[in-house]
Ligand binder design. Structure first.
Ligand code: 13P
Ligand code: SF4
Length: 303
């Protein structure tokens, strides 16, 4: 990357007392300039520990909202105002209230990929890295898992003692990774292990050797003695996989493993956001009070 850009970013970070956090799905160059890169859980938890007064978030809006909910006093700036996750909107408040009436002992478990409005109606948040562990710790026999049906079904499969109610939300990027494409890719690379994110379909999960969040996939591949892997998640993950494992081979299974919202974030947008400290995340106070609770409960239960 251009030395001048690096220098400008370093100067602006110092001037604004800012730290740059990025998700593994953003563009390689953005990952390169970030101070920290991680999965959704790591970034949410890290946001509570960084000393800087400004967090510049390179990710989609629910990530910035979570960082702001957990850090009322900090300024959280999004690298791109329009980078939003469609799945974050795929749960209805009216449906949550209806399920609560129908199942009085239910726990509403909300994947962190959700708006603050949906979190505010939930009992606990989870991410793909801690969902099984957190749900297993809940005393409730009934679980309403929102918004992602695929992750919900994966968690349910690990916890047969609980009764799950599912919601029909989905991640279009992971849903489009087709089992047929994976079967063809396995024929091309018969020695490769299949590493899959739990937002993928049940058919794809059934064909996988390892299922985990983006960080868990990277850790698994890094610790594995295997040399070849087929990767069923967004293609931004290849940057870190290759950085950490220069001698290993990683293959996508289709041409469509790309999240258009994550890829909106460019180095230029990071520079602009650092200069202007806009757009800053701002949430209604009453909503924040409610939406913060399930996030804090997640941090507690994940310890
Ligand atoms: P993780 O960061 O938990 O792996 O989730 C992936 C994702 O879809 C984020 O948008
Ligand atoms: Fe949302 Fe899927 Fe993109 Fe993640 S990869 S931000 S879940 S659309």
């Amino acid at each position: 990357m251009d030395k001048e850009i690096r220098k400008t970013i370093a100067r602006l970070k110092e001037e604004k007392d800012a730290v740059i956090l990025a998700h593994y799905y953003v563009d390689d160059l953005v990952q390169e300039i970030a101070d920290y890169v991680g999965d959704s859980y790591y970034l949410a938890e890290l946001a509570t520990r960084v000393p800087q007064k400004t967090i510049l978030f390179c990710g989609v809006s629910f990530m910035g909202e979570s960082a702001k909910l957990l850090n009322e006093d900090k300024t959280v700036v999004m690298a791109d105002a329009d980078a939003d996750c469609p799945m974050a909107h795929m749960a209805e408040v009216s449906r949550i209230r209806e399920v609560r009436e129908q199942y009085p002992d239910v726990a509403v478990v909300c994947y962190v990929n959700s708006t603050a409005r949906i979190k505010a109606e939930s009992d606990v948040c989870v991410t793909s890295s801690n969902a099984v562990r957190i749900v297993s710790k809940l005393p409730n026999p009934d679980i309403f898992f929102i918004p992602d049906e695929n992750l919900g079904r994966y968690v349910a499969g690990q916890l047969p003692e609980k009764r799950f109610i599912f919601n029909d939300g989905f991640c279009h990027v992971h849903r489009e990774i087709a089992a047929g494409d994976l079967i063809s890719a396995k024929e091309l690379h018969p020695d490769a292990l299949v590493l899959t994110h739990p937002e993928c379909t049940q058919e794809v999960l059934a064909l996988s050797d390892f299922i985990g969040s983006t960080s868990q996939i990277i850790d698994f591949a890094t610790q594995s003695d295997h040399n070849e892997f087929l990767v069923c998640t967004e293609n931004g993950i290849f940057y870190e996989l290759c950085q950490k494992n220069p001698g290993k081979k990683f293959y996508p299974v289709s041409q469509h493993q790309c999240c258009p919202n994550m890829k909106r974030i460019r180095v230029e947008s990071v520079l602009r956001a650092l200069e202007t400290l806009e757009p800053a995340v701002s949430l209604d106070c009453e909503l924040s009070e409610k939406a913060r609770l399930p996030l804090k409960r997640m941090l507690e239960l994940a310890k």
